[in-house]
Design a protein around this ligand. Sequence first.
Ligand SMILES: [Zn+2]
Length: 156
Amino acid sequence: MSRVCTVCAHAERHAIEKLIVGGTPNRRIATHHGLSEAAVRRHAAEHLPVALVKAQEAEDSAHALDVVKQLRHINAAALTVPRDAKAAGDGELMLKAIDRVHKQVELQAKLLGDLDDRPVVNVLVTPEWQQVRAQILAALDPYPEARFAVAGALQC
Ligand SMILES: [Zn+2]
């Protein structure tokens, strides 16, 4: 039985999608826009990438480009956190920051991968990811155990 997605049907759908991509917690988006947390989560996982591809196909690429721009902006901001945490010697903050960057890169890879016409997109060989990975591992130098765990998770 199919149900209508309350986010897809929402008058402020584009604003909601920007919040999702910007990393605003689903619960907060749901509360602000009168939605259920599950609806926001489902929309982000199942409908958002499709919506971006459709927008591009319909040459309504302004919205898709807007979302990608937002994503890049957030990435740049997220990358400064591990550097700051390293300077402050705050290992716990750094691990949280790295986790955030990792999620962000995954999200970007998923969205940009869906937008890309090429049949195979291997995010692991992109210069952007190489740079992020190098920065993460360099930042973890003072924490050998964490570095080992992260290196394993990143398969490098
Ligand atoms: Zn939806």
